[in-house]
Write a protein that binds this ligand. Structure first.
Ligand SMILES: NC(=O)c1ccc[n+]([C@@H]2O[C@H](COP(=O)([O-])OP(=O)(O)OC[C@H]3O[C@@H](n4cnc5c(N)ncnc54)[C@H](O)[C@@H]3O)[C@@H](O)[C@H]2O)c1
Length: 443
C-alpha cells in the first residue's frame, strides 16, 4: 500500500519505518528541511533503539522515502497519516496549529479518495476540524473527491517504540466508514495476530481513549509518588509496599514505581490538555489537578534532599548526575526531571557533572551557555568521570549501565560517599555495606 506520514518525529518516523518494513511504500514528510536532508543521508533526528538500521535498510530497498512536501513524494498515497506535534498552548490546551496545517496541506494536494489518519494526540472533536480544513481546501481548488478522516491514536513508548508498534496491545480506530475500515484492517492485519485487538469506535471515543490512557498511567505514577513521601515519613519502605500491592491482579505491577517525577513529550502535556478539556466542559478536574501537582512537587524531591544534606549554599559542593533523558532508551528531554534538578543545583551554586549515554547533545541545546562557560556545569565523557571528586551522585534516569555501578572505583573517585537514587535502582543494604550513605525515594 502507498502510505504518507506527515511529521517525521518520534511517532511519524517510527510509524513510517515500520509500515515500510512491512512491505508498504512509505514517504515521510516534514517541514523541517534539515531533518529531511539528514534523513535522506540516513542521519536520524532521534535516538530510538533499532530504528536506524531499519530506516537505512528500507531506504536501500526503495520502500522508504523522505520529502519536504506532499508534492515531492514519489507515490500517490492511499493513506495519509498526520503525526505532527500537539504541544501545550499557553493556556494548557493542546495546540492544534500543526495538525490543522497538515490537514490544509492534504486538502491542497489530494485529487482522489484517500484515508486521512489522525495519529497525533488530539482533543475530542478535532477530527471534525481536520475534515473541515481538508474540505475547505478542496472547495477552493474545485476538486470534488471523497476522503475519510479516521482517528488512530498511537500508544508506542519511546525506547521500545518499534516493538510497541509491531506488537501493539490494541489498535484503536475511530469513525471508520466501511471503505476506510477495510483499508485500516488491511494496513494493520500484519501486526495484529487477532482481529479482536482492533477496536472500531466513534471518532470522539477514539480521541478520548488516548488521553484517558495517558492520564491513567500518570495517575498511577503520581499516586505512588505521593505514597512514597508518606512512607518516608512513617519509616516504611515503599519498595516493599509496591511489591505487596503489585501482586494484586486488580492493581498490577506496571506504572507503580515511585521516582523523581514523570516527564516526556506526552504525560505532562496530555494531562494538561485533559484538564483544559474538563474545564471547558464545566467539569472540575480534581483528580487530574492533583496528579499534576504531585508531579510538580515530586520533581523537587531530589533538590530538597540535597538541601537537607548539604544546606542551601552549595558553592563548595560537586554533584555528579547520572541520566538526563526523561526515561531510559531515548534522547527525549521534554519535561525531564533532570532539568528541574540541574537548574536547582546551579541556582544553589553547586558544580554539576553530568553523564547520559545518549541525551547530552539534545540537553546541551536546552541549557544556558553561561552554565557551561562559568564551569558550573560540565558533561562528562563517561559515567565515572561524572563522579570524579563529587560529594554526591544523583541517579535520575535508570539507564542499564547505571544498574550495577562499580562501587569500589566510585569510592576512590568520590570526595564523599553519598548516593541519591531518584529511581530506587539500588539495594539500600548493599549501599550501606559498601559504606555509601544512601537516599532513595520513599524508603
Ligand atoms: N513521542 C511519543 O512517545 C508519542 C507517543 C504517542 C503519541 N504521541 C503523539 O504523537 C504526536 C507526535 O509526537 P512526536 O513526539 O512524534 O512529535 P515530534 O515533535 O517528535 O515530531 C513532530 C514532527 O512534525 C513536524 N511537523 C510539524 N508540522 C508539520 C507539517 N505541517 N507538515 C510536516 N511536518 C510537520 C515537525 O517538524 C516534527 O518533526 C503528538 O501528538 C504526540 O502527543 C507521541
Amino acid at each position: 500500500m502507498n502510505i504518507t506520514v506527515i511529521g517525521a518525529g518520534y511517532v511519524g518516523l517510527v510509524t513510517g519505518t515500520c509500515f515500510a518494513e512491512l512491505g508498504n511504500q512509505v514517504t515521510c514528510i516534514d517541514v523541517n528541511k534539515e531533518k529531511i536532508t539528514n534523513l535522506t543521508q540516513g542521519i536520524l533526528p532521534i535516538y530510538e533503539p533499532g530504528l536506524e538500521p531499519m530506516v537505512t535498510s528500507n531506504m536501500a530497498d526503495g520502500r522508504l522515502h523522505f520529502a519536504n512536501s506532499l508534492n515531492e513524494q514519489p507515490h500517490e498515497p492511499k493513506v495519509i497519516f498526520i503525526a505532527v506535534g500537539t504541544p501545550s498552548d499557553t493556556d494548557g490546551s493542546a495546540d492544534m496549529q500543526y495538525v490543522l496545517n497538515a490537514a490544509r496541506s492534504i486538502g491542497a494536494y489530494i485529487n482522489d479518495y484517500c484515508v486521512v489518519v489522525d495519529k497525533s494526540t488530539v482533543p475530542v472533536g478535532v477530527a471534525d476540524q481536520v475534515r473541515a480544513a481538508i474540505q475547505a481546501e478542496l472547495d477552493k481548488r474545485g476538486v470534488a473527491t471523497k476522503f475519510d478522516v479516521v482517528s488512530n491514536p498511537e500508544f508506542l513508548r519511546e525506547g521500545a517504540a518499534i516493538d510497541d508498534f509491531m506488537r501493539p496491545d490494541r489498535i484503536i480506530v475511530g469513525d471508520a466508514s466501511e471503505r476506510s475500515k477495510a483499508i485500516m484492517l488491511e494496513l494493520y492485519t500484519p501486526i495484529i495476530r487477532s482481529k479482536e485487538k482492533i477496536y472500531f469506535m466513534n471518532v470522539k471515543d477514539a480521541e478520548m481513549t488516548k488521553y484517558v490512557a495517558n492520564a491513567m498511567l500518570a495517575t498511577k505514577i503520581s499516586f505512588m509518588n505521593e505514597m512514597s513521601v508518606l512512607c518516608e515519613r512513617l519509616g516504611v519502605d515503599i519498595e516493599n509496599v509496591r511489591l505487596g500491592i503489585g501482586s494484586d491482579s486488580r492493581i498490577g505491577n506496571a506504572f507503580i514505581y515511585p521516582g523523581c517525577g514523570y516527564g516526556g513529550s506526552c504525560f505532562p502535556k496530555d494531562v494538561k490538555a485533559l484538564i483544559k478539556m474538563a474545564e471547558n466542559n464545566g467539569v472540575d478536574p480534581l483528580v487530574l489537578r492533583a496528579v499534576e501537582d504531585r508531579n510538580y512537587a515530586q520533581k523537587r524531591v531530589l533538590p530538597a534532599k540535597i538541601r537537607k544534606i548539604f544546606g542551601d549554599d552549595l558553592s563548595d559542593i560537586t554533584i555528579g548526575v547520572w541520566g538526563l533523558s526523561f526515561k531510559p532508551g531515548t534522547d527525549d528531554m521534554r519535561e525531564a526531571s533532570s532539568l528541574v534538578l540541574i537548574e536547582s543545583l546551579i541556582q544553589q551554586k553547586a558544580r554539576v557533572q553530568v553523564y547520559d549515554p545518549v541525551a547530552m547533545p539534545v540537553a546541551k541545546e536546552m541549557m544556558p551557555a553561561e552554565w557551561f562557560l562559568s564551569g558550573q556545569l560540565s558533561f562528562a565523557e563517561h559515567q565515572y568521570a561524572a563522579v570524579d571528586a563529587a560529594d554526591a551522585l544523583v541517579l535520575v534516569t535508570e539507564w542499564k549501565p547505571f544498574c550495577y555501578p562499580d562501587l569500589t572505583a566510585m569510592k576512590k573517585l568520590m570526595r564523599r560517599h553519598i548516593i541519591l537514587d531518584g529511581r530506587n535502582q539500588y539495594d539500600p543494604k548493599q549501599m550501606q555495606d559498601a559504606e555509601f550513605e544512601y537516599y532513595g525515594i520513599g524508603r
